[in-house]
Design a protein around this ligand. Sequence first.
Ligand SMILES: Cc1ncc(COP(=O)(O)O)c(C=O)c1O
Length: 373
Amino acid sequence: MSSQFDPIAPKPHIAAMSAARAGSSQRPAWAENEELAAQALWLDRNESRDPQLAAVLQQALAEIPVSALFDYPKIAPVRQKLAAHLGVGSDQLVLAHGSDAALRGIFEAYVGSGDKVLLPTPTYIMSPVFCRLQEAVPVVIDYEATNHGPYLPPEKIIAAIRSHRPRLVYLPNPNSPTGTALEPDELRAIIEEAGARGSLILIDEAYHPFHPRTVLPWLAEYSHLIISRTMSKAWGMAGVRIGYTIASRSVTAELLKVRPLYEIGSISLVLLDRMLDRVDAMQESVARLTDGKRYFVDEMRSLGFAVLRGEGNFCLVNFGDRLDTVQKALVGIAGFRRVSHPSLAGYHRVTATTRALFEPIVARIREAAEVSP
Ligand SMILES: Cc1ncc(COP(=O)(O)O)c(C=O)c1O
């Protein structure tokens, strides 16, 4: 039935934005075949692929009281527990529905129409979308292609901050999909430059502690520094949707103004509470997945494929002229993500799983690699 009323237009910049520019799906095509997808181990979104951690989560899930279904969430005690785990004040912490929502909140509170936001590319796909939603101007710095993989010279970032004086600098460390991380002295120089130019700087630590270095201890020195983190990677809770920002008290006070009435749901909150009693399980999982990744990287290199080990829970493999054969051999077993940026031409991103789960994948790839192309 057609409406007798005309459609109401959204805000002009939303109307002008195509669905693709609002972040269309990045799923690889093979996922469209639901039957194959159901059989395969998806190694394309950097989710946790550790059955032992999954078992721990299952246990924690069993401890959720039914009151979590019908009560509004009681955020404060869990926020305090997470703050204690991180060694910060609870007034420096804001929970969010995934780090995705944490980043969105920062844009909402700090970035306005016409403001410049400095971003690397490629990077987390929603960051340019958040810019457009605020009518901000993304200033994009491209990773360069080198013989050692994608590289973003810190001097280039510093020069861009100096010349553009952006409102916000967004830097995931390590970045995805490149897997690259800046050295502490490089990061410090960038943070200092941002401070000197009146820019807020957001370091996205989604892959902590796969990459154990953090700028967290520097929060005491820099009131323009914000850190975002997620429970989606090391903690294996991508479906639960919990992320958070850690910042100075003055920044946190602003971020709290744009938070929803309840930052996360009660079930997520109780699960977070229970998992904070199981930090060892998360750390053991990180060690297991790091070992699995090491095994996979070494095997791929021994087969002659170029591999970028990277600092997150994933690596990048260039299967060269064997790509088609490898992909055919893995149908129904595993799927990876092609990366489209020129600095990663030819590379596929492979999320880490355990050695035991990698073994049959490696066996198939080995067979495929040994067949003439
Ligand atoms: C760098 C980076 N930041 C943020 C996110 C978003 O994570 P989530 O919204 O699940 O917390 C991702 C997810 O892959 C990521 O790679």
